[in-house]
Each structure stands twice: as structure tokens, then as C-alpha cells.
Design a protein around this ligand. Structure first.
Ligand SMILES: Cc1cc2nc3c(=O)[nH]c(=O)nc-3n(C[C@H](O)[C@H](O)[C@H](O)COP(=O)(O)OP(=O)(O)OC[C@H]3O[C@@H](n4cnc5c(N)ncnc54)[C@H](O)[C@@H]3O)c2cc1C
Length: 393
């Protein structure tokens, strides 16, 4: 059977895997990306992806450096200038405004398929990247000196560094025998694209209900993308409602902040679970993005953390390559793991604590969180620190 040598093989060519390939492309490295599903290339103009991401300024800078940001802008995206968060059980409210920190916006809401298409087009434009799709791995062996990956057509890829960027249920992670710490949030996120009576004002809105947070993220053409986190059985019920009843319940849950919900598109629900890989690296292997960690979407940070992994791992790999050091050595890879693990864990813990505090309907936590929101809203330095963190700066 045929064996092909690569300097790096990435399993998973989604937002994180394709970004990593592009981040390494301006080098002499020979890279393969193994992706199971062809990303969508075209869709009707009035059709919005159910999956969107709040992209921080730091991630925007990375996409620009990779040469993919222009294509995202040309496709469709929505900058957001304000963020308003409030508690359904009291008067606590906090508002962040880009103007307060002298910025034109706080970030952008971008459909996931717009992001993926732009990155995959860039990856395919590089001669040193083989974006193999559809392709699926069958067997992985970590040997002394290299990793071997067999594809379903029998071809073997041999590489000093194999990267798992294959999402929350990572095949690579399981094959490498890396366990995960799990934090069930006991919630599912109902997502849909909606139209509201009043304009969204380029604002990302989030209302904390005792059952979970409900976000309205602004999209072009006056649409909003909702992420409604709630108990799994309640999510099932919401999916089964007819359109008029769903619109009515959604408007009520959102406190009619943008008037009536005038239109809702198809709905879907995603189970939410916090996961953290017990190890990010092994000799000749590294995990990035959701393969290494998943968090609650309430702060819109998931893919942004994955892109920060990409920047770090790319920097370590390029430095090792320039110094003729082995790419897959534990020494190189541990530097990546050390730099990213703490940051990702902090965000996982913070999301867990937020979720617990805001889902608690007892009088004391209710008072604490409402007071907390008001306090932060009036403490400028603290507020600016929050904004800088949310922007990934
Ligand atoms: C409801 C919801 C809302 C969210 N909102 C935000 C937000 O606003 N901002 C934010 O930053 N994050 C958000 N996230 C998180 C974000 O979607 C994820 O962090 C992001 O998708 C992770 O990207 P990834 O490339 O690591 O994994 P994925 O997006 O899962 O991509 C993995 C890729 O690997 C491929 N693959 C998988 N297995 C194989 C295999 N065996 N062989 C070949 N290919 C394979 C898949 O086809 C896919 O292309 C949200 C998540 C949810 C559930």
C-alpha cells in the first residue's frame, strides 16, 4: 500500500483545522488536512446558517493575517457595537459599548459556513497544503519517531506531527487514548434565525432566565440568530411547537426587548457539555479547538479559544522548524500545551460558575448577581477589563 510523508497532518478541516493549515502555509512544511465533509460552497441569499460565531477582534486579526477575512466580509457578516446583558429576575443590567473603549465595534457575528468556506478556499490555494476531502481516517499508530494514519482507501500518511482538530467527539483523541473531564451543563441550546419587530441596533443581547441564558445575536438584513439554552426536555418541547407558538414563547422569554418576533426559520438543538482533554499533547500528537475543550456558548468564546490554540501551536511549530528541531517532540508540544491549558481551563471554570450563579433562583444568589451586574456596570476600569477580555485583546 502507498505511504505518503508529510511534515504535518491535521485531522478535521473545520474552522480550527483549516486555520491551522493556513497559519503554517507560508513555510516549506508539507501539510495534509483530512476532512470528512465538503463544506457548503453556495446557498440562497435569504438562507442564514443556523450556526453562527461571535468572532473577537483577536480572531479577526488572525483571519486577516491568513488572508481569509476579506472573503468573509465580501460574503456576509455583522459587526456588533454593543453588548447588553440583563437578569430576568431583577433589575441587574450591564451594557458594554465599543465607543467607550474607542473602538468601532466589539466583534462580528459570522455564519460558521462563511468562516469555513473562506478558510478552506485559502487552504486549497496553497501548493503545500493537500486539503483531502472527503476523506476519513481508519487507524492511527503513534510510533517512535512518527505517527502513521491510515485512510479508508488504504493509503498511509506518515508524519512527525499529527494534529486532532476534529471537534468535540474527536476520533483522534479517542484513538490516542486521551481521556476528558466532563461537566454536564444539563442544557441544550435551541438555535434559529429570527426577524424582530424592532431593529437589533447592532447589539448582542443576552437575557439570563432561571432556565438558562437566551442570546439574540445581530445578523445582516435585520435578522438575529438566537441561542436559547435550556433544559434538554424543554428544548425538545420548544422544537416541537408550531411556529406561531414558538414566536410567542420566544418573545415572552426575551421580555419583548425587540418587540414581537415576526418570523422564525428552521430550528435545531445542540446538547451542551463542558469538556477538557486530560492531555493536549503526546509525542507526535496535539489536540486543538473543540477536540481539546468545549465550553458553554454563553460568552461566545468556543471557537475563539480554538483559534488562540492555533496561533500558539503554529508559533511553536514554526520556531521548531526554523531551528531544525523535531516538530513532534514533547519538548516542542509541551510549550504549546503549557501556554494554552491554563487559559482554556480558566474560561471553562468561569462559564461553569456563571451558569451556576445565573440558573440559581434562590433569593440570595439572585440578589448577588443583580447587584454584581449593577456594580460592574458602574465600575469603569473593571468594565473595560471585561470588554478587553471579551474582545480577546
Ligand atoms: C449553540 C452553539 C453556539 C456557539 N456559539 C459560539 C460563538 O458565538 N462564538 C464562539 O467562539 N464559539 C461558539 N460556539 C462554539 C464553536 O461552534 C466551536 O467551538 C467550534 O465549532 C469549534 O471548531 P472546531 O473546528 O474545533 O470543531 P468543529 O467545528 O466541530 O469542526 C471539526 C471538523 O472536523 C471534521 N471531522 C470530525 N471528525 C472527523 C473525522 N473522523 N474525519 C475527518 N474529518 C472529521 C468535521 O467534519 C468538521 O469539519 C458555539 C457552539 C454551540 C453549540
Amino acid at each position: 500500500m502507498k505511504t505518503t510523508d508529510y511534515d504535518l497532518v491535521i485531522v478535521g478541516g473545520g474552522m480550527v483545522g483549516a486555520s491551522l493549515a493556513c497559519a503554517l502555509a507560508d513555510s516549506t512544511l508539507r501539510i495534509a488536512v483530512i476532512e470528512g465533509r465538503e463544506p457548503p460552497q453556495a446557498w440562497p441569499a435569504d438562507d442564514f446558517d443556523l450556526r453562527v460565531s461571535a468572532i473577537t477582534r483577536a480572531s479577526q486579526r488572525l483571519f486577516r493575517r491568513l488572508g481569509a477575512w476579506e472573503a468573509m466580509c465580501a460574503a456576509r457578516l455583522q459587526p456588533y457595537e454593543r453588548m447588553v446583558v440583563w437578569d430576568a429576575t431583577g433589575d441587574g443590567r450591564i451594557a458594554f459599548d465599543a465607543a467607550d473603549v474607542g473602538e468601532p465595534n466589539l466583534g462580528h457575528i459570522v455564519e460558521n459556513r462563511v468562516i469555513t468556506r473562506a478558510l478552506v478556499q485559502r487552504a486549497r490555494a496553497h501548493d503545500n497544503i493537500d486539503y483531502r476531502c472527503p476523506a476519513s481516517p481508519q487507524r492511527l499508530m503513534l510510533r517512535t519517531g512518527h505517527a502513521q494514519l491510515w485512510l479508508e482507501d488504504g493509503e498511509c500518511l506518515r508524519t512527525p506531527l499529527l494534529v486532532g482538530a476534529d471537534g468535540a467527539h474527536s476520533w483522534v483523541r479517542r484513538q490516542a487514548g486521551i481521556g476528558i473531564d466532563e461537566r454536564p451543563y444539563a442544557q441544550s441550546a435551541v438555535v434559529a434565525t429570527v426577524q424582530t419587530e424592532q431593529p437589533h441596533q447592532a447589539t448582542a443581547w443576552q437575557r439570563f432566565l432561571p432556565s438558562g441564558p437566551l442570546a439574540f445575536l445581530p445578523l445582516p438584513e435585520g435578522r438575529s440568530s438566537i441561542v436559547w439554552s435550556t433544559a434538554p426536555e424543554e428544548a425538545e418541547r420548544l422544537l416541537a411547537l408550531d411556529e406561531a407558538d414558538f414566536r410567542a414563547e420566544l418573545g415572552e422569554a426575551f421580555g419583548h426587548r425587540l418587540g414581537a418576533i415576526t418570523h422564525v426559520g428552521p430550528r435545531a438543538a445542540f446538547p451542551l457539555k463542558g469538556r477538557h482533554a486530560k492531555e493536549y499533547v503526546k509525542p507526535h500528537l496535539a489536540l486543538v479547538g473543540d477536540a481539546a475543550h468545549t465550553i458553554h456558548p454563553l460568552a461566545g468564546q468556543g471557537v475563539n479559544l480554538g483559534l488562540a490554540d492555533v496561533e500558539q501551536l503554529a508559533a511553536e511549530v514554526l520556531a521548531a522548524h526554523a531551528a531544525y528541531r523535531p516538530l513532534g517532540s514533547l519538548k516542542t508540544l509541551r510549550r504549546y500545551a503549557r501556554a494554552r491549558r491554563g487559559d482554556n481551563l480558566l474560561m471553562l471554570e468561569a462559564m461553569g460558575a456563571f451558569k451556576a450563579l445565573f440558573s440559581n433562583d434562590e433569593p440570595l444568589p439572585r440578589r448577588v448577581r443583580n447587584l454584581g451586574l449593577e456594580l460592574v456596570d458602574h465600575a469603569e476600569p473593571l468594565k473595560q477589563a471585561f470588554v478587553a477580555r471579551a474582545m480577546g485583546l
